[in-house]
Design a protein around this ligand. Structure first.
Ligand code: PRX
Length: 632
């Protein structure tokens, strides 16, 4: 399906009649003409210890600042302010374990847990500005740990629980964390992932960590190093934690621009970069977008089926819903465990109103057929959402028809770890075209540029750029401001370069095509070709490797690798399997290559850069394009 096909879905009157935003055009016009006033009026909906003096400071571009002089703490808005209202007794979190365990937290209860754990961290000497690494399964203690850090002004660095030793070690080292919070293990697909074992291995090589706090989830035997490792349940039961939580553990007053968290993401080099987000602007950006795009009402139950370890989880599982005083559902495990109806059974059981997930998950569930969702009453659903990669129109239509019963508009939200919040996205009152993320959020100015930095003609492919700052924008790359400038603000001066290619149609709708840099999206996860290649090269038999992404029915892209072996090593099926396992071990199971091909030479430019696009064209049997720089 392309923008040439006039397939348009209008949101149903049942949705538009009660939508919080009635007029997208008017909101966009106002924000476009009064950017600072627009964001200030949103910021006023939040609690500030003291008000900002300046909405946007662009004196030192591209180091933009928002709500300068304002003081707040995102936790004062996520928890503290709700406690004085009736929401104290409202459910903040509903959690279901993969094994069927159920835990619920009212705002009061969640706050108490956060206070206890914040007191534990404080008593360990963690203070404002310190970095804390969190490496856990999808348990309620993960958001609790994040909130506890934020409450005391520490900067959390959540490392996705599916990452392996090297990835964890590198992120600990880069962030120079002293404290690590983890679990004994996590449940995924009926199996135990041995998180603590991975931690022990990583810490042998990353010595900055002084204290490890271990939440007991699976109960398997783990090694505990005396003087370094503590059980979570022991620490929160200490009288100090208890008494502080009773008298109220104080929420640190933060400047709007103080860092809230860093989150590592893959870029074009082998070294993942830590994207830095702040308390003030980030809070205003995600709270505003979540409420207006997903139309969250007081009585709704919201389910963002991502992992808290990714930006989607940070913004729209943990902070966003709590800012709005909403009820958020979290599920621990795999979508198909024990059967492919697991998700649909939980939509029915908990009466989920809004479901937000990724195209890869939709395609994965679609494969099992309609009978599974059709066994369940999905009538509570009002809105659906998609994120992470372009959604193919076939998956869009299935999601719309089989899950949403042609009643629920799909919010296809385009954004990035760096943007923090939705940037190109529909609202429930906007006409939808399957496969298009529609138009920019009010106040966001997106465009498609040619190589020369000029807007391209309607329908033409080019580079997706953002032309005005937004409050939830990244502030820098941790410890590497030069890379921040180079990566995002140098291709086109004064304009943010997204790394994506896109087209804009005659109605101003954006059609995202994919990454144009050396970043791959595999099952919605972001991986750098350089990271994958360096994992290959760390195997003793490998001299050189090149990784590319090729289209895959469910994953979107699958990793294909081309490998040159060292002298003495012999290509074989067994070695190919060994290398796949080696990479999965290094980076985590999501990075497991689909196919390994042995070569004796890689296509390179004369300056020695691997021409991945040539490998890709060859693999797909399509034209190889301009080969004038090829050395071969
Ligand atoms: O290529 C775009 C794709 O995901 C990239 C950002 O990845 P990450 O930082 O991991 O964040 C994912 C969750 C926000 C983008 O550069 N992407 C994200 N959402 C969409 C998308 N591509 C097309 N349509 C989307 N809705």
């Amino acid at each position: 399906m392309s923008e040439m096909t006039p397939e348009i879905y209008q949101p149903s009157p049942a949705v538009t009649a009660n939508a919080i935003v009635k007029d997208y055009e008017e909101m966009s016009r106002f924000a476009g003409e009064n950017l600072e006033q627009f964001w200030a009026s949103q910021a006023e909906k939040f609690f500030w210890f003291s008000k900002w003096q300046k909405v946007l400071d662009n004196a030192n571009q591209p180091f933009f600042k928002w709500f300068v002089g304002g003081q707040t703490n995102i936790v004062a808005n996520c928890l503290d302010r709700h406690l004085a209202t009736w929401r104290r007794n409202k459910l903040a979190l509903i959690w279901e374990g993969e094994n069927g365990d159920l835990r619920t937290f009212s705002y009061h209860a969640l706050n108490r847990e956060v206070c206890k754990f914040a007191s534990v961290l404080r008593s360990m000497g963690v203070k404002k500005g310190d970095r804390v690494t969190i490496y856990m399964g999808r348990v309620p203690e993960l958001p609790i740990a994040m909130l506890a850090c934020a409450k005391i002004g520490a900067v959390h660095s959540v490392v996705y629980g599916g990452f392996s030793i090297e990835a964890l070690q590198g992120r600990i080292e880069d962030s120079q964390s002293n404290v690590l919070i983890t679990c004994d293990g996590s449940f995924m697909n009926g199996k135990v992932v041995e998180l603590k074992k991975i931690v022990d291995e990583a810490l042998r090589r990353a010595p900055t960590i002084e204290h490890v706090i271990v939440y007991k989830r699976t109960g398997q035997n783990v090694a505990m190093e005396a003087g370094r490792d503590y059980w979570y349940h022991d620490l929160v039961a200490l009288p100090l934690a208890r008494s502080l939580s009773n008298s109220g553990c104080e929420t640190e007053i933060m400047d709007a621009e103080d860092p809230l968290f860093m989150l590592y993401t893959s870029g074009t080099t082998g070294k993942p970069k830590a994207i830095l987000h702040t308390h003030g602007g980030y809070m205003v950006g995600i709270g505003t977008t979540l409420q207006t795009v997903f139309d969250i009402k007081e009585e709704d139950r919201w389910w963002c089926a991502a992992d808290p370890g990714w930006i989607t989880g940070h913004s729209y599982i943990v902070y966003g819903p709590l800012l709005l005083g909403a009820t958020s559902f979290i599920y621990e495990g795999a979508p198909t465990y024990p059967y492919p109806n697991r998700w649909w059974s939980m939509v029915e059981k908990y009466g989920i109103n809004i479901l937000y997930t990724a195209p890869t998950a939709i395609r994965g569930l679609m494969r099992f057929g309609e009978a599974w969702p059709n066994r369940h009453d999905l009538s509570s659903l009002r809105l659906l959402g998609s994120v992470g990669e372009p959604i193919n129109p076939e998956a869009w239509r299935w999601y719309y028809r089989v899950i949403g019963k042609e009643r629920c508009p799909i919010m296809d939200t385009w954004w990035q770890t760096e943007t923090g919040m939705f940037m190109i996205t529909p609202m429930p009152v906007v006409d939808l075209k399957p496969g298009s993320a529609t138009r920019p959020f009010p106040g966001v100015e997106a465009d498609v540029y040619s190589e020369e930095g000029k807007p391209v003609a309607v329908g033409e492919e080019g580079y997706l750029v953002l032309k005005r700052p937004w409050p939830a924008m990244l502030r820098t790359i941790y410890k590497d401001p030069e890379r921040y400038v180079k990566q995002y603000w140098s291709k086109f001066p004064g304009v943010y370069f997204t790394g994506d290619s896109a087209r804009k149609d005659k109605d101003g709708y954006f059609w995202i095509i994919g990454r144009v840099d050396d970043v791959l999206k595999v099952s919605g996860y972001r991986l750098g070709t350089a990271e994958i290649e360096s994992a290959f090269v760390s195997h003793p038999d490998v001299a050189e490797a090149a990784a590319i992404g090729l289209p895959h029915e469910i994953k979107g892209n699958a990793i294909h690798a081309y490998v040159i072996l060292k002298a003495g090593a012999t290509p074989s099926e067994a070695l190919a399997e060994e290398l796949k396992a080696h990479v999965a071990n290094n980076l985590g199971p999501i990075a497991k290559p689909e196919k390994v091909t042995f070569l004796t030479q890689l296509p390179k430019t004369r300056s020695g850069k691997i021409m991945r696009r040539v490998l890709k064209a060859r693999a797909q049997g399509i034209a190889e394009g301009d080969l004038s720089t090829l050395e071969e």
